[in-house]
Ligand binder design. Structure first.
Ligand code: FES
Ligand SMILES: [Fe+2]
Length: 375
């Protein structure tokens, strides 16, 4: 028996997959968006995407458009993309750079990069109007080792609470120093939870990912007991394999500071609700999930590398990107097929194996959140 065979405390022999309504009921989807995407810290990109003051990206969270930008003092802020005059969207392009001010295209109200209103034409003679009363509506923002998180809740608890032990667990990877090498955006015709469930088990690996199975045995490694805001574990690379890439060879050197043991492992963690964090010996891969409909999820996959490795003439990014692009597409296909199957009148919740322990823990969280929000 491998360590992986041991049932986690959450698994039991009568554990079943979720009823269909969790995947096909629009009202359920809306309540999940509110509970998870408007109520938790969500991953919104990397600080190195907006390196210079004025750089910005837009994020769309459950229909809310948000501006994430860097101010003159280097601090990163997030605002609702809504003018305080009459509500117009301030910004349309998905990314770009402000020239020091965020200007409304309608009547030219202008805000500085920390959200203060600094110009409001023809408002000087309006009684009781005070320019300082109309800053942009701010969104709570937290940083973790180069990752940007946003929270749209009313009184967010600290980001560190949501990250728990993960805040320190991956310090050796030096995630803040890593730089984007490649981004691929996928449009997946499945509910967001199917993508997390797919990521949380490797029972499907021998059949769906023969190339992955050759590099890393699907029963290797160990899951950590699930936590209410993250779940995951590690898998081991096979003998002679340096990393997950088409030929199993490293893209460059291993990341500095990793232990010898971690040269042989890949860590896979879901940071709920929308980050899949995959730490390899030589690179970090992130998937960020953006539900666009009940049965549609935009998945942004990025590969991040150490800048010194990227500067090396022997650096081979394509091999790792091709490997995961192929593997991603294999995963999206089974998620889409599952979404189709779940619509059938024949679908009934089915039994989980011990190797699907994290899925059962995740499902319990989905159910318990629903129960706790039901009056
Ligand atoms: S709505 Fe923005 S300036 Fe009028
Ligand atoms: Fe997979």
């Amino acid at each position: 028996m491998t360590v992986h065979d041991k049932p986690s405390p959450s698994w039991h022999s009568e554990a079943l997959s979720l009823p269909a309504r969790y995947y096909i009921d629009p009202a359920n989807h809306q309540s999940e968006l509110e509970r998870f995407f408007l109520g938790m810290w969500i991953h919104a990109g990397r600080a190195d995407q907006i390196p210079v003051s004025g750089d910005y990206v837009l994020r769309d969270v459950a229909g809310e458009s948000l501006i994430v930008t860097r101010a003159d003092d280097g601090a990163i802020h997030a605002f609702y993309n809504v003018c305080r005059h009459r509500g117009t969207r301030l910004c349309e392009a998905a990314e770009g750079s402000f020239d020091g001010l965020i200007r409304c295209p309608y009547h030219a109200w202008a805000y500085d990069l920390s959200g203060r209103l600094v110009a409001a034409p023809q408002m000087h003679d309006v009684p009781n109007f005070r320019i300082e009363d109309y800053p942009l509506a701010a969104v709570a923002l937290g940083l973790w080792d180069g990752h940007i998180f946003l929270n749209l809740g009313e009184c967010p608890r600290p980001l560190a609470e949501q990250l728990g032990v993960l805040a320190d667990k991956f310090r050796a990877w030096g995630m803040e120093q890593l730089r984007l090498g490649k981004r691929i955006v996928y449009d997946v015709a499945s509910n967001w939870k199917l993508i997390i469930q797919n990521y949380s088990e490797c029972l499907h690996c021998p059949g769906v990912h023969p190339a992955l199975q050759r590099l890393s045995h699907f029963l290797s490694g160990q899951n950590e007991p699930a936590h209410p805001s993250y779940l995951g574990g590690r898998m081991d690379l096979r003998e002679g394999i340096g990393t997950l890439s088409m030929d199993g060879q490293l893209t460059g050197a291993c990341l500095p500071g990793l232990s010898v043991d971690d040269h042989r492992r890949v860590y896979y963690y879901t940071v709920l609700p929308n980050l899949l964090l995959s730490l390899h010996p030589d690179y970090m891969m992130t998937h960020t999930l953006w539900p666009r409909a009940l049965d549609r999820t935009e998945v942004v996959c990025e590969w991040h590398f150490h800048p010194e490795a990227m500067a090396n003439p022997g650096f081979r990014l394509d091999d790792a990107v091709s490997f995961w692009d192929m593997t991603n597409r294999q995963d999206w296909h089974v998620c889409e097929q599952m979404q189709l199957g779940l619509k059938s009148r024949a679908y009934r919740p089915g039994p989980y194996s011990r190797r699907e322990d994290l899925l059962h823990a995740f499902d319990q969280l989905i159910r318990s959140e629903e129960q706790s929000s039901t009056p």
